[in-house]
Write a protein that binds this ligand. Structure first.
Ligand code: NDP
Length: 264
């Protein structure tokens, strides 16, 4: 069975690391034409060079773009269309979380978190919508977090912002269904990626290696599967929701949390 995305065009924001990079690889392996972005040009180029060894580089497009800067997003989308002539699928993945409880969260942190989780999606959708409307398989897929349903006190602003994105995703699904554009999300728990690598580098107990440290995190969080997820495991769910394999699915969420969400 194929994902039916051969030569279709997908944008993956934040494709230079972690979940985004795993998804870029999956789409390339399925023969899609893939555009990805990030803020750091060097990281982008490194992923392009690496992937060029295994995949056709004419199917690949990178350009630096901060998804919070409206002008950069508009320019980026125009460049993607210039290169590939269309946009069929948009995966809003770029971002990171803010670890801070209510008392450690400053006013600017609130503004930054809400801006990141909402405008990273709003800006991209505004720019890509005219092209998505012309696609016969159009989809928007948002990477979201279980925190949107299951808030945690040590990530208060991120939890609130994630709940907002969950609401926005449903709202957009309701609105865009008349344009034949599907909108879905994944809710992730803890996935091994750049964010966790950075926290690992900053760990207090330097005697612990990556495997021991992540097992400790999984244990502390009481993840039923006893481990963090792999970026590919989040990417598989994203691929399903973005592709025509989920053609009768909109406004839905897939939980990719290793059983962390125990509620119905
Ligand atoms: P990574 O740090 O590995 O990757 C994040 C990617 O987003 C990078 O390519 C980064 O590139 C890019 N990025 C970040 N900010 C921007 C921006 N403003 N504009 C453009 N690109 C940006 O993290 P993950 O793979 O873990 O994260 C992917 C998504 O999953 C994020 O939205 C994250 O919040 C979410 N998530 C992850 C969880 C986890 O456990 N890993 C848990 C819950 C949610 P650059 O720095 O060069 O811009």
């Amino acid at each position: 069975m194929s994902f039916q995305v051969r030569n279709k065009v997908v944008i993956v924001t934040g494709g230079s690391s972690g979940i985004g990079l795993a998804l870029v690889k999956l789409f390339l392996a399925e023969g899609a034409r893939v555009a990805w972005c990030g803020r750091d040009d060097k990281k982008l180029q490194a992923t392009f060079d690496l992937l060029s060894k295994d995949y056709d580089s004419s199917q690949m497009f990178i350009h630096q773009c901060d998804v919070l800067k409206k002008e950069q997003v508009a320019n980026y989308v125009a460049l993607v269309v210039k290169k590939f002539g269309a946009i069929d699928m948009l995966v809003n993945n770029a971002g990171q979380g803010k670890v801070a409880d209510f008392f450690a969260t400053e006013e600017q942190d609130w503004i930054d978190e809400l801006q990141l989780k909402v405008f990273s999606v709003v800006n991209m959708i505004h720019a890509a919508l005219p092209y998505l409307k012309q696609s016969d398989i159009a989809s928007i897929t948002n990477v979201n977090s279980l925190l949107g349903l299951k808030p945690e006190t040590h990530m208060v602003a991120t939890s609130v912002a994630r709940a907002g994105l969950l609401n926005l995703s449903k709202n957009l699904a309701n609105e865009l269904v008349k344009e034949n554009i599907r909108v879905n999300s994944i809710l992730i728990g803890l996935v091994e990626s750049g964010q966790w690598r950075r926290r690992f580098e900053a760990r207090s107990d330097k005697t612990k290696d990556w495997v021991g440290w992540t097992a400790g995190v999984a244990n502390k969080k009481q993840i039923p599967m006893g481990r963090l997820g792999k970026p590919e495991e989040a990417a598989y769910a994203l691929m399903f929701l973005a592709s025509p394999l989920s053609s009768y699915t909109t406004g839905s969420v897939i939980d990719v949390s290793g059983g962390l969400s125990k509620e119905i």
